[in-house]
Design a protein around this ligand. Sequence first.
Ligand code: SAM
Ligand code: DTB
Ligand code: SF4
Length: 321
Amino acid sequence: MADGQASAAWTLDQALALYQLPLMDLLYRAADLHRQHFDPNQVQISTLCSIKTGACPEDCAYCPQSARYRTGLKAEKLMPLDQVLARAASAKANGATRFCMGAAWRSPKEKDLAAVEAMVRGVKALGLEACCTLGMLEPDQAKRLKDAGLDYYNHNLDTSPEYYGEIIGTRVYQERLDTLSAVRDAGMKVCCGGIVGMNETRADRAGLLVALANLPEPPQSVPINQLVRVPGTPLEDAEALDPFEFVRTIAVARLLMPQAMLRLSAGRESMNDELQALCFLAGANSIFYGEMLLTTANPAALRDRALFERLGLQPMASTSG
Ligand code: SAM
Ligand code: DTB
Ligand code: SF4
């Protein structure tokens, strides 16, 4: 560990034992630990922008942007700089503190990276935190993004090492770990999480959380996505996850990674306010805000504002984590 205090690695059995607790005990423990590290009434707000949409060569079974599946998505070229910055300005005006730019690439090409560097500089000049998710990165590419001012890089493990091969065939788990090392070594904050609701077992969900918690440093930001079942993708008919199992996943993530920002990511559109409130109680403290995720719907800003009002939640000013 960076502070010299070796912390024991989490085991799958430990994570599964937490999952198996009575829900009230699990929630109580997660909420208690959450309060030791965060103000439980503050939620960080990020807005997503798809800077390059669709026609992706990868085969991720959940993804509407893969060129291999007929999802009816219209592919678009890289968004011009002025349009990206107009989106960022509007995200800021609506209360977001972080602007996350996503591109449907396996990895960025040279000319793409130069364009993204300019976007990062522009977003930073607006006074926003900047995050990118562009696929795999080489160490020199990570350094360039860091030099441009990028705060966070999002690259997910997506699922357990054991289940991974059922979901993605075009890149292996180790390549994901290598990208995360490049991001960490460049001095950027790591945003890394996964997806649940892909017909995986509880052991896979626990395995994902253990893999995240046991990275050389736990990620500063952990997005937990519930699969958005997009027609045309191989997972369009995946079995819906029990909402309490989703809440358990948030709680176990909080217990394994006490200091991480834990983001309630994709899937909120299909969650009611009561379920989201339970997720905040279990330790979620970050959301994507704005009508769209990358290509699918997110709750309307008006609905989220009403939710914050109902729950007495405040948007977080800015974060260090
Ligand atoms: N192409 C880059 C990559 O895969 O690293 C960046 C963009 S990719 C869309 C970012 C993440 O979005 C994926 O790793 C996955 O976790 C999430 N995602 C994509 N489609 C999703 C879906 N249908 N439901 C939930 N999460 C999804
Ligand atoms: C993450 O873990 N979830 C976000 C963000 N990182 C880039 C993306 C969710 C995408 C959901 C499907 C879509 O809208 O295309
Ligand atoms: Fe491409 Fe990323 Fe979608 Fe995989 S998740 S198909 S890499 S856009």
